[in-house]
Design a protein around this ligand. Sequence first.
Ligand code: NAD
Ligand code: IPM
Ligand code: MN
Length: 360
Amino acid sequence: MQQNDARSFRIAVIPGDGIGREVVPAALQVLEPIGKRFSIRFDFHMYDWGSEYYFRHGLMMPANALNLLRATDAILLGAIGDPGIQDNITLNGLLLPIRRAFDQFVNVRPAILYPGVQSPVVGVKPGDVDMVVVRENTEGEYAQAGGFVHHHHPNEVAIQTSVFTRHGVERVIRFAFELAVKRNGKKRMTSITKSNAQGFGMVLWDRVFEEVKSEYPQIETESLLVDAATVHLVRRPQSFDVLVASNLFGDILSDLSAVLTGSIGLAPSANLDPLRRFPSMFEPVHGSAPDIAGKGVANPLATLLSTAMMLEHLGLNDAAAVLDAAVRKLLAEGRVRTADLGGSSSTREVTDAIIETVSR
Ligand code: NAD
Ligand code: IPM
Ligand code: MN
């Protein structure tokens, strides 16, 4: 996929809806000085897909969208979702098909409480939250297996089936263990299911976890039920390092892990095809935030940290480290921050402060 010049990359950019259209431009502005400083050429392919595109064309993205994306090195996405369209149409018309088509089978969602940031949980200090949620990203509860019977009639029935394959479960659990080995963390792994009530898919998950964990004796493991996991994440966040969970549980738990770090406006994510057959996609954990969209006050840092994950994925570790350090510095200083972190700065002011730091 990569072009001949090792420092030249084709990036598909989909700002999407709501604050996606504010935070993605911020990321592009920050990539400009980074490109200059490290002699990297970013070839941005801009796609105006999303809800406005849907209002004009009746589709969230064109029929050849996946082919266009396939030819790129990475995808940078803002967020999708508009109060005027049922969420199932928007998300199943763009975000979820991309994750599935490119077999981005892990969604990596780090959650770090940075120095200078206050956690909403009393007594939790920087250093206490340093974990990564590894979310299964192509099947499970999101398999879209099911249908309606007697659609729109008074006796209608909706069937929504979860799909857990041994292959799908094993590959995400193995990825999580490899991450726990590589990561400079507590060498702990927590698998989260609900196998007391969900007696098939989640039981398979638990069984595969037991099998794979025996290959990683250096990693301490625990298995939690998802309800108890929400309690433990709040009461003892210090004890978590890598968490691995199904698609739906990983979704929910990563909003919880995000808020432990001060704001969902700080939470990045990477939808990875670890086998590198297809482009991976980088996006903030948060959505299109219609309540604040258009006001210029969205926190761009989740998208900038996602951009740093993209740079790392592309092998640009020097550039990734500089962007990551700029975010940490800004948070530690505390002068420039958006309202979600208790400040009054605009998206623009935060972006400018980051640009100043990365340009040096
Ligand atoms: P949301 O993440 O958009 O917003 C939740 C809350 O967090 C809101 O109060 C919002 O203002 C705040 N928030 C989120 N990001 C912020 C930021 N960067 N800076 C400051 N505050 C921020 O979740 P929601 O309200 O449940 O969803 C809104 C829409 O986004 C829905 O249509 C939903 O389906 C969609 N959504 C899309 C994605 C995605 O595209 N990846 C992810 C989540 C939700
Ligand atoms: C996320 C989002 C999506 C998901 C929605 C918008 C479909 O919440 O990326 O966390 O559940 O995967
Ligand atoms: Mn989510």
